[in-house]
Design a protein around this ligand. Structure first.
Ligand SMILES: [Zn+2]
Length: 407
């Protein structure tokens, strides 16, 4: 049984039963899962966690699910000590959290595992989502595993790699003539009409809980401590807030010392409503029209932007945006120093990390974790200029003639 006790409004504190719901009826603010942490603390220990499976389900006592998980092997992804990249940037304690290594190649599997498990608990036979691409693949994969129907909605321009990544699991794939924000609005209208589990709408509080395992894992993999700095991307802003919540829970359960982590939020300059608000010293996130190669975080009207901004501020971190050119350089730098091929969102994170290191905001001995949330191969067209090959005849002389000076 779960230690979740209610859904609670993040603004006015009104409580609701654990049901499909994303907002408070009184103030229209998002609701989140609240737990009986006292009871949880009695059962969650380092020793017990260490005996758990090498997946997000090692933290099942900290989840809102009641067992019978939809598990495709998500989580417990590597935390790599990035000495080569750290050397380039002058950082001695740099780590990469490589969430490209989830089953459908992005961090979304964390959130979706929990949301689809809850969808099945609630008795839905169909799950659906609004997606920029990665979420669609993850929802389709989990629906396949759970023997559920799936409707996935994406902007028509997401690109062939992301369409195939979802379609291979045989969902009903709906391409929408509009931006992600248009897709999201369509799904908000559909949720009123169809009794489906919309992963990031009426199941959003549960979906959010999956992402906090990023914080749990980072703390455990660092040897039961919270890093000094985390650099993570923000589209809707939800995952960014949940890394913080995951770290905070570890401290609340006395598994680590109190958290003193500076949270740095990364966006693409072509879609940076949260960074704009941060730079303006405002807590009001004004919507923008996205125009960036970083499609996974191209969300002009971020649902959790306000809360992400609060985390960046209150943690003593910050928020920074980078251009598409810097993003491409970031993808290449990560691939060529650490052997990790990230999608554009990862390039954004590395480019922001570089700026923070160069400006001295992150100092060389601070333990810093850069969160890489999705893999590059689905969107490889954006870096296709790296291919420089010379075709030779299949003999030694031809090879040497093309590549080596004659001896
Ligand atoms: Zn409320």
């Amino acid at each position: 049984m779960s230690y979740a006790r209610a859904l609670r409004c993040r603004k006015c504190g009104q409580e609701y039963p654990l049901e499909p719901r994303n907002m408070c009826d009184f103030c229209l603010s998002p609701v989140e899962v609240s737990y009986d942490y006292k009871a949880m603390a009695k059962s969650v220990t380092r020793d017990k966690l260490k005996e758990g499976p090498l997946s997000i389900w090692r933290y099942r006592d900290m989840m809102p699910t009641n067992g019978d998980e939809v598990d495709i092997g998500t989580g417990y992804t590597p935390l790599i000590k990035a000495d080569n990249l750290g050397g380039e940037l002058g950082l001695n304690q740099l780590y990469i959290k490589n969430d490209c290594l989830n089953p459908t190649y992005s961090f979304k599997d964390r959130a979706v595992s929990v949301a689809v498990t809850k969808a099945r608990e609630f008795g839905f036979d169909t799950v659906a989502c609004a997606s920029t691409g990665n979420l669609a693949a993850s929802v389709a994969a989990h629906a396949a595993k759970a023997n559920m129907k799936a409707y996935v909605f994406v902007p028509a321009d997401v690109g062939p790699g992301k369409l195939v990544g979802a379609a291979i699991h045989n969902p009903t794939l709906v391409t929408v003539d509009g931006s992600y924000d248009d897709v999201n609005r369509l799904c908000i209208n559909l949720v009123q009409k169809y009794n489906w589990g919309f992963i990031n709408i009426n199941l959003r509080p549960y979906y959010a809980e999956g992402s906090k395992t990023l914080g749990h894992e980072i703390a455990e993999q660092l040897g039961w401590r919270s890093p000094d700095c985390v650099i993570a991307p923000a589209g809707s802003g939800l995952m960014f807030t949940r890394i913080w919540k995951g770290l905070d829970e570890m401290a609340m359960l006395k598994l680590i010392e109190p958290v003193n982590t500076h949270m740095y939020l990364s966006q693409a300059a072509g879609s940076s409503p949260i960074v704009n608000a941060y730079e303006a010293g405002s807590l009001h996130v004004h919507p923008v029209t996205p125009n960036t190669i970083a499609k996974s975080i191209a969300i002009g009207s971020p649902t959790d932007g306000y809360y992400a901004l609060l985390v960046a501020r209150q943690s003593g971190g910050g928020a920074c945006a980078v251009s598409d050119e810097e993003t491409i350089d970031g993808i290449k730098l990560l691939a060529q120093t650490e052997g990790i091929f990230a999608e554009a969102t990862g390039g954004v994170v590395i480019a922001v990390l570089k700026k923070l290191a160069e400006s001295g905001k992150i100092s060389k001995d601070q333990t810093t974790v850069a969160v890489i949330t999705g893999a590059g191969p689905r969107t490889q067209d954006i870096v296709s200029d790296v291919v420089h090959a010379t075709t030779v005849k299949p003999n030694v002389e031809a090879f040497e003639e093309a590549f080596l000076s004659p001896v």
